[in-house]
Design a protein around this ligand. Structure first.
Ligand SMILES: N[C@@H](CCC(=O)N[C@@H](CSS)C(=O)NCC(=O)O)C(=O)O
Ligand SMILES: [Fe+2]
Length: 262
């Protein structure tokens, strides 16, 4: 069989997954079912991918899949009996090619999603305040520009509160602001206004880690993040002085990612 995963991806009945375009506050009715959660890691690009599944409806979403890891990711989806409804990207990645296009080919029920501000193609173009529903779970879409103009963070109250921060907020760090329309002042404001206003116990799940961390909390990052603890002017100076080498795959990844989720 050409595609060992497609049966698992399309065998379940379509259920209540939906994206609503109307903004809403970060409150929701009681979550009606428990949630499966997996954090996956690509060692080559130091990228985290997240799988979230609704245990009643068996619908699932994946955040920031990596092309080279699609086999691994779809195997877990199949093993857990999940149906992938959305492949979401937090932004137009510069260090790896997204797996969303390949996942769509293998799982026809999956729709790709990224912010409209990213300028990328995808089935669903997200805006601040949108909600992604899968079963009884809601993912709230927060625009957090700064690393790129189109950066989004995704917040859910499920499992005690989790925020998927992309490269906006890393554990004890943050995304660079020296390419892809990066802007240190915007990033600082995004973090302080959109992320540091979430409950302190909210668990932080970033798109990358380079230091051996896997999870943090908003409270921890407010207290200990050496970059984001700074005031805006000092933060801008620090970011302007980083002088990091560009990601090795940038020239390949950025053009590929503008097309890949369509
Ligand atoms: N060495 C890696 C790229 C490392 C890098 O630049 N990471 C980005 C996120 S991917 S756009 C970043 O923002 N880093 C912040 C930092 O402080 O390191 C490679 O070559 O792929
Ligand atoms: Fe990035």
């Amino acid at each position: 069989m050409n595609n060992p995963h497609s049966a698992a991806c399309i065998s379940h009945e379509a259920v209540t997954a939906a994206v609503y375009a109307t903004p809403s506050p970060l409150v929701q009715d009681a979550v009606s079912s428990t949630t499966t959660f997996r954090q996956l890691f690509d060692a080559t690009s130091s990228t985290f991918t997240y799988l979230l599944g609704d245990d009643s409806s068996k619908t699932a979403i994946i955040i920031d899949p990596v092309l080279d890891q699609v086999e691994r990711d779809l195997q877990i989806v199949e093993e857990l009996g999940l149906t992938l409804r959305y492949a979401l990207n937090t932004h137009c990645h510069a260090d790896h090619v997204t797996g969303s296009g390949e996942i769509k080919k293998r799982c026809p029920l999956t729709k790709s999603a990224i912010s409209e501000a990213s300028g990328c193609k995808a089935d669903i173009l997200l805006h601040d305040g949108d909600e992604v529903h899968f079963g009884g779970n809601i993912l709230h879409v927060l625009a957090t520009p700064g690393h790129t103009n189109g950066c989004m963070s995704y917040y859910t109250e499920s499992l005690g509160g989790m925020i998927f921060t992309g490269d906006t907020l890393l554990i004890r760090g943050c995304g660079r602001t020296d390419f892809q329309e990066g802007n240190a002042r915007k990033l600082h404001r995004s973090v302080h206004r959109k992320l540091f206003t979430l409950p302190a116990s909210t668990k932080v799940y970033p798109a990358h880690d380079y230091k051996g961390h896997a999870c943090s909390t908003i409270g921890e990052e407010m207290a200990f993040n050496p970059r984001l603890r700074l005031h805006e002017d000092a933060f801008k100076k620090l970011m302007d002085d980083l002088h990091l080498p560009y990601p090795k795959m940038m020239d390949l990844a950025v053009p590929a990612n503008t097309q890949c989720g369509s």
